[in-house]
Design a binder for this molecule. Structure first.
Ligand code: HSE
Length: 310
């Protein structure tokens, strides 16, 4: 058994419009790369590099990757010590699952080095413990896709019930990251605690339509269903130019468009990689108009677990 491993954890889009806190998907670019090595003494020593790494704590209790590994070690009653290096390819606070990518890669890597005592499904709860450090909430719509790949439905949190949704062959994602950050904990605080019944009914209808649209590769139905009454109306104001950016995506042929996670990234779905790139360019131009530099990532949905690089 090897003493060291490098693993890439993938970015993800959570809150897929009508799927607030319950639908997320993984994307194949960008990602974080972690290197995990066994050490003789117990404890986990964390170092960081890459995008925004100086803003992330290396304290075990405050680092999503470290906390996820710690949670795994406690569950299996292991004293194994590790050195964990996290190379951030995903800017923190960008809304595409930066903290989840590190947590998923770290917990996956630790399980590998320990001889896979837990199944991939069993790792989720430990990834969630890591994710909770950053988001202040116990949600799985980033960490589950980061760990399993694909499009994931969190049907229930208590008990936890995670389901794979079908990924239509020609479904592509665009995620545009403006040069600003939003803190997920803060963005959760501005959400209402009660939702009017009329909005809840519409959200339930859209969510059902969205899942059926995936099953039948019915992109018109997907588009009609990509409306969010829970978070977008409150969080849109945190993202300068959001309405214009969304309109530019739809005008460029997007199936649907919404806030990725708690923002500021904005995502769109489309039916070809070429269209996903055109949409990304249009969205970047709209962000420019409000003085924000941004970067577009266009890719297929990533359908696998974190990747072992060596
Ligand atoms: N569902 C989470 C939230 C995703 O909106 O708070 C955060 O990326």
């Amino acid at each position: 058994m090897s003493d060291s491993i490098r693993v890439k954890g993938y970015a993800s889009v959570a809150n897929v419009s009508c799927g607030f806190d319950c639908i997320g998907y993984a994307i194949s670019d960008p990602g974080d790369v972690i290197t995990l090595s066994k050490r003789k003494s117990s404890g986990i020593e964390i170092t960081m590099s890459g995008y925004g790494s100086d803003s992330i704590s290396c304290d075990l209790e405050k680092n999503t990757g470290g906390k996820a590994v710690l949670s795994l070690l406690e569950a299996i009653d292991s004293q194994q010590g590790f050195k964990l290096h996290i190379e951030k390819g995903i800017p923190p606070g960008s809304g595409i699952g930066s903290s989840s990518a590190s947590a998923a890669a770290a917990v996956f890597a630790a399980n590998e080095l320990l001889g896979n005592p837990l199944s991939l499904d069993e790792l989720l709860i430990h990834g969630m413990a890591g994710e909770a450090v950053a988001s202040g909430g116990f949600h799985a719509d980033n960490i589950a896709p980061a760990l399993f790949g694909g499009i994931i439905l969190v049907r229930s949190y208590d008990p936890l019930d995670i389901l794979n949704l079908p990924v239509p062959e020609n479904l592509f994602s665009t995620a545009v990251l403006p040069d600003m950050t939003i803190n997920t904990k803060e963005a959760r605080k501005i959400l209402p605690t009660n939702i009017p019944l009329k909005n809840a009914i519409e959200q339930a209808g859209n969510l059902s339509g969205f899942t059926l649209g995936l099953h039948e590769s019915d992109f018109d139905l997907l588009g009609r269903s990509m409306v969010d009454h829970f978070a977008e109306p409150y969080r849109a104001k945190l993202i300068p130019g959001y309405d214009a950016v969304r309109k530019s995506a739809l005008d460029s042929g997007a199936i649907g468009c919404g806030i990725s996670g708690s923002g500021p990234s904005v995502f769109a779905l489309s039916d070809s990689l070429e269209k996903a790139q055109v949409i990304g360019t249009a969205m970047v131009k709209e962000f420019q108009k409000v003085g924000l530099l941004s970067k577009a990532y266009s890719s297929p949905i990533h359908t696998n677990h974190p990747e072992i690089l060596g």
